[in-house]
Design a protein around this ligand. Structure first.
Ligand code: SF4
Length: 205
């Protein structure tokens, strides 16, 4: 395990990532947190505390974005667990002319006990939601959300709501599930008018 702490901003494969919380209501079978504490050349992505907006701002300000026009909120945790910092940081990045992307488990409205889809879409340019499975039972078996069986429908609802506010929303699945399951995920995504992206399993969060 690497020693460095509080790696709020790191780069991997030419992307810039913002690690704003380690908190997450899930325990996905494939979560890279089970196997490593770093991505690429990053230091440890375990944070000593949830960064404040001022700490995220300082990390952004100390990074040279000359060769980058986008920053990706992508945990080592679920970014919507730190919702106020997420929105404040997204607004700040937009002010600086930097596009933003959110990689999320799609449970942010359950986490925050209100529908956050509009605020997310108003402030973040691209939303990527992990669908992970083709039905509620399989989802629960893979993701192990603290919210239980209702989580799958809540994740789909979040995608559906986001689609009202932006075209730049997609569901994702990792190619570790069966072709039949991927086909079913595609049918669900199509029914919600949201694209489905199939990702190769990798160490990218
Ligand atoms: S939602 Fe993301 S951070 Fe949370 S357990 Fe799943 S893969 Fe890991």
């Amino acid at each position: 395990m690497s020693e460095k702490k509080d790696e709020i901003l790191y780069t991997y494969a030419s992307n810039v990532y913002l690690n704003i919380t380690n908190a997450c209501p899930c325990n996905c079978e494939f979560c890279i947190r089970k196997t490593t504490d770093k991505v690429g050349e990053s230091g440890s992505l375990w944070l000593s505390h949830n960064p404040t907006f001022e700490e995220v701002k300082a990390a952004v300000d100390s990074f040279d974005f000359t060769d980058h026009d986008e920053a990706v909120f992508c945990g080592y945790g679920e970014p919507t667990m730190s919702f106020d910092v997420l929105i404040a940081a997204a607004k700040y990045l937009r002010q600086k002319g930097i596009r933003t992307r959110l990689n999320t488990n799609g449970l942010g409205s359950l986490i925050n006990k209100r529908d956050i889809s509009k605020e997310i879409c108003d402030n973040i340019d691209t939303i990527s939601i992990s669908m992970n499975a083709s039905d509620a039972e399989k989802y629960e078996a893979i993701v192990h959300p603290v919210f239980g069986i209702k989580s799958f429908d809540a994740m789909l609802e979040f995608g559906k709501e986001c689609r009202k506010y932006t075209e730049n929303v997609a569901f994702t699945v990792v190619d570790v599930i069966s072709d039949d399951d991927i086909a079913q995920c595609k049918r669900i995504a199509d029914s919600l008018n949201v694209p489905l992206r199939v990702r190769k399993y990798s160490t990218e969060y």
